[in-house]
Design a protein around this ligand. Structure first.
Ligand SMILES: [Fe+2]
Ligand SMILES: [Fe+2]
Length: 272
């Protein structure tokens, strides 16, 4: 099957089955770039909502329905990652051998995101809820039309959203462990290990493409206007996970020390 047809099915097919579509034998057909759609196609059951759902507080996570709600947020992030990766495959040009190479990396990450989504939804079902029971937002996708090039895509997706997810996975893995919920903590551990490799794919390509100067400066220069590196951090900061993804001490220090003025990214305050 052509990689463009595979990614089109995921991006523009509206059912959950389309989002989880798989095909093992992909051929990277050549094409020029296509416009990024304003929104991925989604059927009514998984449609974006204007309602701002609230993430459950830490001290309420011993309750099954709040656990399911927390996992529902995580599952939606996986679904958005699936659609954004499909958009990267479908919309950025495939001309050179290098284009095919970085797209192969995206396909392997996309398959992991489908696996993560299914793991979360399986656990949500065990907890007595289903995907679609709670409203879902489109925050991650909203950045997609601004990501005009593969380098901008990797800086936003891998080095920002997926990198912050390393911290979130570790943080919630420990919370669920402390609640004695082995099943959920082991899912978060699986996601963590895969996400380290996804962040590393983005780092690899940005290192290939960066002009002279540091990876940190190149990364910052690629982010959309309203997004700062503070988005690449969670409420804890794992140097170890970032080192495992291949980042230098310098890069990790720069990110650790980075501050902005946005309240939304002052995540350490969320814990209180
Ligand atoms: Fe994921
Ligand atoms: Fe990922």
């Amino acid at each position: 099957m052509k990689a463009s047809d595979f990614s089109k099915e995921i991006l523009l097919g509206s059912s959950l089955d389309s989002k989880l579509f798989n095909c093992n034998d992909l051929v990277f057909d050549e094409f020029e770039g296509r416009d990024i759609p304003l929104t991925p196609s989604r059927s009514n059951e998984i449609q974006f909502s204007e309602k701002q759902g609230k993430f459950p507080k830490r001290n309420t996570l011993n309750n099954d329905s709040n656990k399911a709600l927390a996992l529902h947020f995580f599952a939606n992030h996986e679904l958005l990652a699936i659609e954004m990766m499909a958009a990267a495959l479908y919309c950025y040009p495939t001309i050179t051998e290098e284009d095919k190479k970085f797209k192969k990396g995206i396909v392997s990450a996309l398959r992991d995101e489908q696996k993560h989504f299914k793991l979360y939804v399986g656990r949500i079902n065990e907890l007595g809820s289903d995907f679609g029971d709670f409203p879902v937002n489109d925050f991650f996708w909203k950045q997609m039309p601004d990501l005009k090039t593969p380098s901008e895509f990797f800086s936003m997706m891998s080095l920002t959203f997926e990198m912050a997810n390393l911290d979130f996975c570790i943080h919630y893995k420990e919370i669920f462990e402390s609640l004695g919920d082995e099943k959920t903590s082991s899912i978060l551990n699986t996601v963590l290990e895969d996400e380290i490799s996804h962040v590393s794919i983005g780092r690899h390509w940005l290192e290939q493409w960066k002009p002279t100067g540091s990876l940190w400066d190149y990364y910052k220069s690629l982010l959309p206007e309203k997004i700062t590196p503070a988005r690449a951090k969670g409420m804890i900061f794992s140097r170890e996970a970032r080192a495992r993804a291949g980042f230098s001490e310098d890069f990790i220090d720069s990110l650790d020390n980075y501050r902005d003025d946005f309240l939304v990214t002052s995540r350490k305050k969320w814990k209180k």
